[in-house]
Design a protein. Structure first.
Length: 74
C-alpha cells in the first residue's frame, strides 16, 4: 500500500519529498540515498537529487512507496 502525498503547486523536488515524507531524516540523508541508487521514480532509479516530481508519479525508497497527488486546496 502506498502513502499519498499532496503536491502543492506544480512540482516538488525529490530531496524535499524524501524529507517531507520521512523517508530521509535530512537533506544530506536524502542526497546520500539518491547517490546510493536506492530511490526509484516510476520504477526507475533516479540519480537527480532535485528531480522535479509531479502529481501522478510514484517514488520508492527503502521498501516504502509514495504516490504523488495534486493538492486540491487553492
Amino acid at each position: 500500500m502506498a502513502t499519498q502525498f499532496a503536491v502543492r503547486g506544480e512540482f516538488i523536488q525529490l530531496d524535499q519529498l524524501l524529507k517531507a515524507t520521512g523517508l530521509a531524516d535530512s537533506g544530506g540523508a536524502a542526497h546520500a540515498a539518491v547517490e546510493a541508487g536506492v530511490v526509484k521514480v516510476d520504477g526507475r532509479v533516479e540519480t537527480r537529487k532535485r528531480a522535479k516530481l509531479r502529481p501522478g508519479q510514484r517514488v520508492e525508497c527503502g521498501g516504502e512507496c509514495v504516490e504523488l497527488i495534486a493538492d486540491e486546496v487553492g
